[in-house]
Design a protein around this ligand. Structure first.
Ligand SMILES: C[S@@+](CC[C@H](N)C(=O)[O-])C[C@H]1O[C@@H](n2cnc3c(N)ncnc32)[C@H](O)[C@@H]1O
Length: 200
């Protein structure tokens, strides 16, 4: 039954021209929480192959601006600035800041997931580290009132991250989109309306 359900999203993605089924996760989060709109500046972390970029780019339109980052190459997308490299490195942060050129970010998206080793504690630590870095980036670059959407996994480090996010956003919501595989422990932490550094 689950396989059948997975196939459904894969086929739908193909039919709509999305690069992967992951697009539906962002679409479902956005439809529920109304996070993306025309003219926004958006940064997409862990963006390959680029289906979140496709969805976000359509939502922000030509007046918007989208910067996508991944370790892996991303096929070009009209209007999207692509940076290939490791988000954990300081040089990447500097490159992102150069691209932003002083503009505050409206929405930080992070669907980053480390390569899975199969050793649960190692994988959890690596995943939570990426989520913490994404929150740190949001702290530095979001405008007041901006949003942060981040893939997270229940386990070690989850409660601390939730606590930090709650201190900095007006609201924090947890979501497991309908299109996310049931057997996957992934969820999305959504920080709504950043309140600014004074709260951190
Ligand atoms: C689930 S995929 C993202 C799918 C994407 N949201 C989409 O819609 O096409 C996770 C991505 O995170 C990237 N990633 C993992 N660690 C990273 C890091 N340290 N820096 C940049 N990207 C990273 C992986 O290369 C992978 O492409």
């Amino acid at each position: 039954m689950q396989e059948h359900f997975d196939d459904h999203w894969v086929q739908q993605a193909r039919a709509l021209g999305w690069r992967s089924r992951a697009a539906f996760k962002l679409q479902q989060l956005d439809e529920r929480l109304a996070l993306l709109r025309a003219g926004q500046v958006v940064v997409d972390l862990g963006a390959a192959p680029g289906s979140w970029c496709q969805y976000a780019n359509a939502r922000i339109g030509e007046r918007g601006s989208l910067i996508a980052v991944d370790l892996l190459p991303i096929e070009p997308l009209p209007g999207v600035t692509i940076i290939e490299g490791d988000f954990r490195e300081q040089a990447m942060l500097e490159q992102l800041q150069r691209c932003l050129n002083g503009r505050a970010v409206d929405v930080v998206l992070s669907d980053m997931a480390p390569n899975i080793s199969g050793i649960r504690t190692v994988d959890q630590t690596a995943a939570m580290y990426l989520a913490e870095l994404a929150l740190d980036f949001a702290r530095q670059q979001l405008r007041v009132g901006g949003h942060w959407i981040c893939k997270v996994f229940q386990g070690e480090g989850f409660d601390e991250l939730l606590r930090s996010a709650r201190a900095e956003f007006e609201q924090v919501r947890m979501h497991k989109p309908e299109s996310s595989r049931d057997r996957s422990r992934e969820q999305y932490m959504v920080g709504i309306r950043y309140q600014g550094n004074s709260c951190s």
